[in-house]
Design a protein around this ligand. Sequence first.
Ligand code: KIV
Length: 273
Amino acid sequence: MSTYTITDARKVTTKRVRDMKAAGEKIAMLTGYDFTMASLLDQAGIDVILVGDSASNVMQGNLTTVPITLDEMIIYGRSVVRACKRALVLIDMPFGTYQGDPIDAQRNAVRIMQETGADGVKLEGGREILDNVKMILRAGIPVCAHLGLTPQSINQFGSYATRATTDEEAQRLLIDAQALSQAGCFMLVMEKIPAELAARVTRSIAIPTIGIGAGAGTDGQVLVMQDMLGLNMGFKPKFLRLYDHMGEQMINSVGNYISDVKNGAFPTADESY
Ligand code: KIV
């Protein structure tokens, strides 16, 4: 059974996560992509579920997040929203759906909100997409920004190495974070950057920050659910803590089922009509 007790069963809202930052209460976020798993995360008391475009990797088997489409994200998003009573649900805007014409960016964000019932969208980038972020915010859509390692730009960077390790890049990230916060984003994800920089950004902006590979100084943490449950076997970057070994357990359980079917041990008379 869970070691965590939910003390406040009210729906988590964008105001609530801001209040959590103000109160010094850490925000727990995980990715989720389907009804069954999201329902379990919600029952466990997770604050935020991110329907990440990491679905491209963990649900679809692609090497990067680039191939996933808006229609596919909407299908995953809708399934997660249906499962959640308490968690705030955020949906990633996929590659190519928000970087061009601001009107198109707003239209795509509106589609996500209308067709899924999510609480907000997340998108990657800093000042280069600020006009588009403002256009989405103008429609009344909560936006979570994402800086540092931005996997949708993998083809430009060519590696998943730690970002903002030089003074110049760190300064650029800090100014991006401040611009996104001032523009009205309600939250900021920072991925794979030095812990000291993430803590500095967290202190310097009004909105909550969520880290992944960004140390302990952020207002909350996010991990990909499959990774932290040990379903994505063999994937063990430094920032990941394994909370389970479900991949091994599943292979074992499925193996037991196969044996039972093959040797006639399943089903028994009690399991038959
Ligand atoms: O898509 C995703 O899962 C993400 C998290 C890693 C933050 O963006």
